[in-house]
Design a protein around this ligand. Sequence first.
Ligand code: MN
Length: 513
Amino acid sequence: MQKSELIDHAKSYYDMHQILELELAINLAITAHAGQKRASGEPYITHPLTVADTLMNWGMDLDSVIAGVLHDTVEDTNVTLDKIESLFGHDVAQLVDGVTKFAKARSGMQDLSNYLPKTKDNLSKLLIAVGQDIRVIIIKLADRLHNLSTLQHLPHDKQVKIARESLEVFGPIADRLGMGQIRMQIEELAFSYLDPAEFKRLKIIMKKRLGKSTRKLGQIRVDVEAVLKKQNIKAEINGRVKGIYSLHKKLVKTDGNIDGIYDLMALRVIVDKKEDCYLVLGILHSMYKPMINRIKDYIATPKSNGYQSLHTTVITPNKQIVEFQIRTHEMHDYDERGLAASFHYHDQKSSKDYIKKRKSSELPANMRWITQLQEVVEKLQNGEQISKDQLNIDLFGKRIFVHSPKGDIYDLPEGALPLDFAYLVHSDIGQHANGFRVNGKIHPFDKPLQNGDVVEVIINKLSQPKQAWKNLVTTTHARSKLQAQLKQLGLIGMITNAASIIRHKAYQRNKHK
Ligand code: MN
């Protein structure tokens, strides 16, 4: 991506005055990144310019695009936030600051399996970074997408790290923001690095199957088009191919049985009005036999990320099983761009309006978690305590947040056990854990924690880790600490073997209490 290319693209989105501002930002970034190179050997500036271009294609407002151009300057060059603020205003500076903080908060987290903050302080930094302006996350997604698409230039271990993080963090975030298209791009790229063999295998399977079904679906499409035309319903019909990663996830669930997956390729019917969606559904059901348990009305009850469509799977006279997805153009646009659609350059106002809008009830119900997140951020900034419900924000996919009795927040993977928590707080606490109280009640070692739990570790200085604990920890962090402690105890164990047997028996008794 070159400066001239980006300016050219900008001409179809912005007016002359705005383009001059954009050009100023580009020039600043070019000077700042001068001499820096990407791992590919290309000049570094190609990266921020591509990120800005992506944001433009998503239809983002000018502030976001300018922040995209400048997103790495504060972190990697001697450009200061003050300078950005004086040239482009407070809002652009805030966006760049958010992206920079996000990067800093995350670089403090070493091991990916424990990738999120270990301390309240880190967590709040991250929350503040992402919570103040949701556009920060959208810029990060564009940034990640470009880094993923240039991943071939990095060493293998870095590829795996970035790919895994993309799958575990950025994919779910895109999904939470309703940005279905972007989520798929991220997942596709990341998966191809994480499991290249499986990716290739599924791609080949998909290609074979699609070859066959495209021909068959072609006829069905023609039939449906003809009937809709007769009924005077204006509709576009397209084929939608399932993403490789989403196929992979489904295959894991169905024990690898690809014949049980009916939506490898679906037909998408896009109409003008909501009422037409239901008309089309009725028509399809009069043409083909629907599979009753596969009719879904995501228009009346949208998915939690705002996705809307009618889904139905039908069986054609020659026994073909076909999934249809019926939606309006608006619903289709939302599925592709999600929350990014609400920052559209067309209805560009000042950033203040966005922030106000996001804080008011105007935000779609499914995006209420953004308001919740912002409330949590405000409380954290004011040093206030946070209630259990307020932490029920599922931004990071399968993670849970639990607190200590003092109110410190800890973040664990879903399914984590009490010992994982104990080791996360401190290895000494893990070592001497003798029992747990969760939300005030005694809690067994082998029962997973839930989001929002208040977890208290009952300590006994004489209590020591047991071999059996190996099956009672799930995180890499807890496992490695436990391993080290067991190893150390092994030496002591030779001397105090008898004592440890007695202790172990006591532990067994306690466990069944
Ligand atoms: Mn970047």
